[in-house]
Design a protein around this ligand. Sequence first.
Ligand SMILES: Cc1ncc(COP(=O)(O)O)c(C=O)c1O
Length: 465
Amino acid sequence: MNEKLELPPAQMRELGYRVVDRIVDHLAGLDEKMVGAKGDPAVLRPQLRQSPPCSGVPAEEIFSRLERDVLPYIMNICHPRFFAFVPGPSNFVSVMADALAAGFNVFNGSWLGGSGPAAMELAVIDWFRQWCGFPEQAGGLFVSGGSMANLTALTTARHVTLKDRTGGAVLYYSDQTHSSIDRALRVIGFLPEQIRRLPADSSFRLPLEALARAVAEDRRAGLRPFCVIANAGATNTGAIDPLAEIAAFCRAEDLWMHVDGAYGAAAVISDRGKKLLDGIALADSLSIDPHKWLFQPVECGCVLLRDSNLLKATYRIMPEYLADVHRNVAEVNPCDYGIQLTRGFRALKVWMSVQYFGLESFAAAVERGFALAELAEAKLRTMPCWEVTTPAQMGIVTFARRGSDHRFYARMHDAMLRDGYALATSTVLKGKTVLRLCTINPRTSDEDIEGTLDWLDALAESNSE
Ligand SMILES: Cc1ncc(COP(=O)(O)O)c(C=O)c1O
């Protein structure tokens, strides 16, 4: 029995080195491995559903269980040929930062709990503020990901503009908007009849005329238009809504503008991204996910508010048991700005990796994502059996096999998983099923793109009817 749950230093080091070795082996050889594997629930679940051991099991055995039953069954979202959904390219320095944050068990909820980490979070959030061109009084918070960032922002919008009285209030966004927005609105009490999911235009952007018409109609009907949600990189196609025009409309109509840049907003650090995302600085609130295109390991999302005091107005509650935390007004308590009290030190990984590589390297890594999608598009245009359905945009290209229906894509999915060389996933654009590559991993080589498209072509041949 080990009632203190302690290890002597030599054993801690041994376990720690072993973990680091395992991570390094995994990452160093990733390129050669299958992109991932999916286990059968009928096999995996019984294998792992066991009572906990009464006494400790040797580390050797624990590791071999992991190697056998768990680690082989993941999708390697940082694999250079993982093009599905939104990849998580990650980076090793940030992985070590996560280990440090866990090792020191940093409580990043209050200034008292961790003034160094709180000050660092404020500093890193201020980088984001500047990258996005937000004013001085803007600020925000690290959260678990884009879903939480959207929830945190929309809850603030509801509190600040509606005083939490949602009756008759209406929100507007395009049908290309991520489902996390629908979920956030469900969580904070908006009903389906309060949501206008407007059909996107032929470029998959929110059409301004339809937006203006819907707002005017709702006003005539005595409803309360309240918020527009714009995409800064829609998940399906990478489309960016006309941000500057939407912002002008929102100003004129006195509407809150939330920008979901969970996927795309980090591209502002590159020259190309900055141009494409023109107008992002005008948002009232913005979601950005460093665990996507800013190369951080999961979980790392971020919410920015044009006026950080609005977060505080929404979330700050001062119970008697936190009186010591709230005594000094100069101290910033992250728990006052969001939903979590106990929270990890997510800023550390962003800070350490940007220190280590420098911002130029990050900008070049983002630029590479743009270029890889363009390379894929160019190659697809030379392949007679495929058609490009949306051009390379923010590191995403979509394409379809001529003459194929949705059943073909289901067969392709199974075939891709069986083979494991690469992974692309399907989506539906205006009723048509297509394949989609998201190419934001800077470790993807040109050969990976070419090889993947040739491989898809061969798989398609053998899976056509
Ligand atoms: C545009 C957009 N918003 C929100 C999300 C949700 O982010 P998360 O999965 O980090 O919660 C995603 C995820 O891909 C996304 O692409």
